[in-house]
Write a protein that binds this ligand. Structure first.
Ligand SMILES: Cc1cc2nc3c(=O)[nH]c(=O)nc-3n(C[C@H](O)[C@H](O)[C@H](O)COP(=O)(O)OP(=O)(O)OC[C@H]3O[C@@H](n4cnc5c(N)ncnc54)[C@H](O)[C@@H]3O)c2cc1C
Length: 415
């Protein structure tokens, strides 16, 4: 049983559920968060081992997320930022593409890079200004077409799509074919173009922890997996029952459907994230490396240990290689293939690297193919006393987890 007698139970202690609970608590409501796992954070968890901080899957916080700017205290998170640009691995070379306005020192590298044509580079600028000029809400009422088609219609060459947009957006949406809705693409591209990609000094889980810190300890319970809604309460998998007047399902999309008794199938994309350590990183900048060749398992590679020194013990660095899509080999074979590709990229120095851990995140992100709902029009109230929140039905991201959590709370509060 809970220490308090809650009016409202939030099922799920991910970012959406915690945000919902925090808003309700601040409004003076008695709220309890029942989290099924051993800690809060949901899909934003960080493990600490031997002085390394390993996020469960490579993730970044975009400082331009409108909801994050009001819901989070960036200073307290001690955000560390990536350099504004990417490095594309293509035809045996590394090509740098940077935003000429924010990183003018890389202007010539970008102009003469062998990724796409000169016309493609001008089109990137056109896309940038096109997206900046429009109110973001308008993205969700524009035609809902697959991103690949949008990019082709916008005039980008096949080479530009394959060697830049595909690894960039597949790494974000986890959809290897970039068939995700162009609304998702536009939103995310605008975020990357308007702000910085950042990680908290002490790991991504600091984000849900910061939200949870506004709640009294006794308002959050872990190891409390809900098996069903009972009408006036919830039943946990260990048989315990807790009653309350109102419920918020802040679980992932599939679990929410299950708890609501719906059987509609839902597909998810997977991510494998392999962490390595070495004495020093293979390059001197803090940019994301994209696989522009389209061959080999890796979609992107980063050095979180360079972006935030908190991610690795003194004298060591931490590196992450991300693989998406279906993997037909076991973990050992995947590691061999990834290490082989890294050796091809960075040379024999990779033989000195040490593999730390591989995360296999099976339900990382829901499929975001069109049609997608307009997240600004989603009603969080499902039944008389049942509400939902979560990043699904939107652009699966920190932005929409925070937004949907606040919106569900405001619906309960009748705002
Ligand atoms: C690998 C990966 C990379 C990502 N990269 C980015 C990125 O770079 N930038 C970005 O903005 N977003 C990124 N995201 C997305 C972002 O992490 C999610 O959108 C966000 O964390 C979702 O929050 P949520 O609260 O909606 O759901 P969740 O985090 O899934 O929270 C749901 C919670 O409900 C709990 N739960 C489930 N069932 C039950 C039950 N029956 N009883 C009790 N509790 C239950 C779960 O344990 C979990 O804690 C990434 C996600 C992943 C996995």
């Amino acid at each position: 049983m809970t220490a308090i007698n809650p009016d409202i139970i939030v099922i799920g202690g991910g970012l959406a559920g915690l945000t919902c609970a925090r808003t309700l608590h601040r409004a003076g409501r008695k709220v309890f968060v029942a989290e099924g796992d051993d800690d809060i954070g949901g899909r934003i968890r960080t493990d600490r081992a031997d002085g390394f901080l390993m996020d469960r899957g490579f993730q970044v916080l975009q400082t331009a997320y409108p909801e994050a700017r009001t819901a989070l205290d960036f200073d307290k998170l001690k955000l560390r930022t990536f350099d504004p640009g990417v490095v594309v691995r293509k035809n045996g070379t590394f090509q740098l593409l940077a935003d000429p306005l924010r990183a003018p020192r890389y202007f010539l590298h970008t102009l003469f890079s062998k990724v796409g044509s000169f016309a493609d580079k001008l089109r990137v600028l056109k896309l940038y200004y096109y997206l900046q000029r429009q109110p973001m809400e308008s993205f969700f009422s524009q035609p809902d077409i697959p991103t690949r088609q949008f990019l082709t219609d916008f005039g980008f060459s096949h080479d530009m799509i394959q060697s830049f947009f595909k690894p960039f957006f597949a790494g974000v949406s986890l959809d290897p074919d970039i068939e995700a809705s162009n609304r998702v693409f536009k939103y995310i591209f605008r975020m990357f173009a308007s702000g910085e990609a950042a990680i908290p000094e002490n790991g991504m889980q600091e984000i849900p922890r910061q939200v949870a810190s506004a709640l009294p300890r006794e308002c959050i319970g872990t190891h409390m997996r809900v098996s069903r809604l009972t009408g006036n309460g919830i039943q946990l998998t260990d048989g315990r029952e807790i009653s309350a007047g109102t419920f918020v399902l802040a679980t992932d999309a599939l679990e929410t459907r299950h708890l609501l008794g719906e059987v509609k199938p839902l597909s998810y994309f997977t991510e494998h994230c392999l962490y390595f350590t070495a004495d020093r990183p293979p390059f001197s900048h803090s940019m994301l490396v994209l696989n522009g060749d389209g061959t080999g398992p890796i979609i992107n590679f980063t050095v979180p240990g360079r972006v935030s020194p908190g991610y690795a013990p003194r004298g060591k660095t931490l590196m992450a290689a991300v693989v998406i899509g279906k993997i037909n080999t076991d973990e050992g074979e995947l590691r061999k293939k990834v290490t082989g590709q890294l050796r091809e990229w960075f040379g024999p120095v990779v033989d000195q690297w040490h593999h730390l851990r591989t995360y296999n995140i099976k339900k990382a992100l829901p499929d975001q193919k069109p049609p997608q709902a307009n997240p600004l029009k989603t009603n969080p109230r499902i039944r008389e006393n049942v509400y939902v929140c979560g990043e699904y039905n939107s652009v699966p991201s920190i932005q929409w987890a925070l937004y949907s959590g606040r919106k569900a709370a405001e619906a309960i509060l009748g705002r």
